[in-house]
Design a protein around this ligand. Structure first.
Ligand code: KMT
Length: 179
């Protein structure tokens, strides 16, 4: 099952867990409260998996491809890893289903704190449009993920700050300032 925690302020290697000492873990409910959704799906034969088929149908995730992040497999590795870890948002949801390896998605919580989400095989995460986030590999330096999308994919990252962008305003109104 997915694990998430608040991050410490250390500037050490981004690939380390950076768990803030003394805190309890961040729950799935807390993630849901900031619009982050989680599903657990067997990665074996995933294309035939009924739960995944239903998620894709219900949410109209018509596009699907695969990305492998490692020094050997990811073209332009250094620049990509750097760009993934810049704090940014997208104007669409970001959906990733992990098939192998592991890594961290960091998202901003209600108080603008960093919440680190550890993902490994079987974890499917949906980040809502407009949430500030970033991604890093962990110390194993390898992850394979399926990317899903509604229609033709647009991966454009908009680095923080983006407070004047409509998608950001909508996100803040729905998840941060709403009572
Ligand atoms: C992204 O857009 O941040 C990525 O695709 C990261 C790699 S997928 C685990």
């Amino acid at each position: 099952m997915v694990k998430a925690w608040c991050m410490d302020d250390s500037q050490e290697d981004q690939r380390l867990p950076h768990k803030r000492a003394g805190d309890s873990d961040v729950s799935l409910e807390q993630l849901k409260d900031i619009g982050v959704e989680y599903f657990n799906i067997n990665p074996q034969n995933f294309e035939e998996n009924e739960t995944l088929k239903k998620i894709r149908k219900d949410r109209n995730y018509t596009y699907m491809d695969r990305i492998e992040c490692s020094r050997e497999k990811l073209p332009d590795y250094e620049n990509k890893i750097k760009a993934f870890f810049e704090e940014h948002l997208h104007i669409d949801e970001e959906i990733r289903f992990i098939l192998d390896g592991s890594g961290y998605f960091d998202v901003r919580g209600k108080q603008d704190e960093w919440i680190r989400i550890f993902l490994e095989a079987g974890d499917l995460i949906v980040l809502p449009a407009g949430i500030y986030h970033r991604f890093t590999l962990d110390e194993k330096n390898h992850i394979v993920a399926v990317r899903l999308f509604v229609g033709e994919p647009v991966w454009t990252p908009y680095n923080r700050p983006q407070e004047d962008r409509d998608v950001r305003k909508e996100y803040v109104a729905k998840y941060i300032t709403a009572a």
